[in-house]
Write a protein that binds this ligand. Structure first.
Ligand code: GLN
Length: 550
């Protein structure tokens, strides 16, 4: 029988519930259990594909082409499993399904209501992974904060599951702030949040407190008493430098043992050794490697968020750690180079450059200039999706002498559309069908024997995940190749250019895919690994980098 662990959040959003969920899953896995995780997003969108990255963070892409909340990325990275798109449930999906059934007469004669019809649909979706009977545990993270209007029906649904006889544990993640003026950690917000949760009919089994410093015994006692839990079930989740160490923080507080005890489970293997070693090695890495990420989704109001590129950041970390290096990521706003091209020389102060995925027009010229600089100065370069498209544009403009060459995403009337829509995208756009219609999910590519990319992957055929509408225009492949650019990975039908490289450069590699989605802490993505190894060779004496400001 599958056990469910439901994770809810209290007090504020952005507590790192995703990391907490992934970490609980990880310790269960390290104790010998088969675990998967689901994310409930209470927004009306059917998926995350149409959300703005600065508002909601990165759009995570699954093997089966789902455009999902970034928390699924944490689950995959921590649990080292592929998580399919139906492990993400949104209000839009649930209401869409209920309304569709109503129109088809599936509820004939009934008044269709939030309870039971919407909650039944939620439970049906939560129970799908359990039917695959592969898992001992299904973790379900409910997005948002207890007390929000929009997640009430999800909370009601998971409340009913226990009543219906399922084995369910509830974990509530809260924030315990320290007021600077008082210098004291305050438990009142947690008390109120749990009160609200209990008002909905859910008594948490565990309370995980996000705190700056480890929770002391006085606050622990108070939370236990006021929130009706045992003291030992109040878990401290204090700030930590490396998020991959959170499972070990929980392990120290015997969280796994406590979960197993509550569920009367006995099997308990200890497979923590490799993970502990990995964390210890990360701590040991002292030599720094500076990687510049040239993006644009940084600003929200007066704050700068790196969540929009979380998988790229994690992939850099995995590859750096695997080479015993300490990653130091520099944010480079490409618009800076449009205003002040002389600042391009500051790029010399990083060891390698990544131009990640992106949409729209802003910052494009600055990115093209960055790529040109990397190409002309033998600066290791990795282009991801848009980063490959712009590398092709730059090469067409400056090496092939195709004046005005551009992607049609940037200039519809370019005389040389080196990057263009594939035919099926034309109708999609004309009919404004924007949701879930890009080239999405895992696609194969055959790699060219003897190429650098072939060497890095060590395989003839690889699959990577995609999310884009535009492609290299097949009509320009010949001229680009005649001028020295090598398309080293091509779709099996020979039409789509999936990987490229410049053989004369120490490392100039790009892909139409997003290999960052398959990078795992102990299994770095080959192209990131290649970038780090190349930068290791080219390393220059470290100089300060203050010149680059975003
Ligand atoms: N905007 C480009 C396209 O749609 C690139 C997308 C991306 O970088 N993911 O093809």
């Amino acid at each position: 029988m599958v056990r469910y662990i439901i994770i809810t959040g209290g007090v504020i959003s952005g507590l790192g519930k995703g990391i907490t969920t992934a970490s609980i899953g990880k310790i269960l896995k390290l104790h010998g259990y088969k675990v998967t995780a689901m994310k409930i997003d209470p927004y009306m969108n059917c998926d995350a594909g149409t959300l703005r990255p600065t508002e909601h963070g990165e759009v995570w892409v699954t093997e089966d082409g789902g455009e999902i909340d970034q928390d699924l990325g944490h689950y995959e990275r921590f649990l080292d499993v592929d998580i399919p798109k139906h492990h993400n449930i949104t209000t839009g999906q649930v209401y869409g399904a209920v309304i569709d059934k109503e129109r088809k007469g599936k509820y004939l004669g009934k008044t269709v209501q939030p309870i039971p019809h919407v909650t039944d649909e939620i439970k049906r979706r939560i129970r799908i992974p359990a039917q695959e009977s592969k898992f001992d545990f299904v973790l379900v993270e409910i997005g948002g904060t207890v007390g929000d209007y929009e997640n009430v029906l999800f909370l009601e649904a998971v409340r009913q599951m226990k009543l219906e006889g399922e084995k369910v544990l509830y974990v509530h993640v809260t924030y315990v702030p320290v007021l600077e003026t008082l210098g004291e950690a305050k438990t009142k917000p947690t008390q109120h949040s749990v009160k609200t949760l209990r008002g909905i009919g859910i008594q948490p089994d565990f309370i995980i407190t996000r705190t700056e410093k480890p929770l002391d015994s006085v606050r622990r006692e108070k939370i236990a008493l006021f929130c009706n839990v045992h003291e030992e079930d109040v878990i401290s989740d204090s700030n930590i430098e490396n998020v991959y160490a959170v499972p070990l923080l929980f392990e120290k507080q015997l969280l796994c043992k406590k979960i197993l005890k509550k569920l009367n489970l006995r099997k308990d293997q200890n497979k923590l050794k490799t993970w502990k070693k990995f964390i210890a090695n990360v701590k040991k890495a002292e030599k720094e490697i500076k990687i510049g990420i040239v993006g644009k989704y940084f600003d929200i109001g007066s704050f700068k968020l790196s969540d929009s590129y979380i998988s790229v950041i994690e992939a850099v970390k995995h590859a750096a750690w695997n080479n015993n290096l300490k990653p130091n990521i520099k944010w480079i706003d490409s618009k800076l180079f449009e205003k002040e091209p002389e600042k391009l020389t500051t790029l010399n102060e990083v060891d390698g450059i990544i131009v990640p995925g992106g949409f729209g027009l802003s910052g494009i010229q600055g990115k093209i200039e960055t790529i040109r600089y990397a190409r002309e100065h033998d600066l290791p370069y990795l282009g991801l999706c848009l980063g490959m498209q712009l590398a092709v544009v730059e090469y067409a403009q400056n090496v092939c002498n195709l004046k005005g060459a551009q992607s049609t995403e940037v200039d519809k009337n370019t005389p040389h559309p080196v990057i263009d829509f594939i035919p099926e995208q034309v109708n999609i756009i004309q009919e404004s069908r924007y949701g879930a219609t890009m080239r999405l999910g895992s696609y194969p590519a055959n790699l060219k024997n003897g190429s650098l990319i072939h060497k890095l992957y060590g395989e003839n055929k690889v699959t990577e995940r995609h999310r884009h509408r535009y492609e290299v225009n097949p009509e320009y492949v010949k001229i680009l190749e005649e001028n020295g650019l090598v398309f080293s990975g091509i779709s099996p039908n020979g039409v789509l250019m999936e990987f490229m490289e410049l053989p004369k450069h120490s490392y100039f590699v790009a892909t139409q895919a997003h290999p960052e989605f398959k990078s795992r802490p102990l299994k770095p993505a080959p192209l990131f690994e290649g970038l780090i190894k190349a930068t290791k060779k080219r390393r220059q004496p470290a100089k300060p980098i203050p010149a680059i400001q975003i």
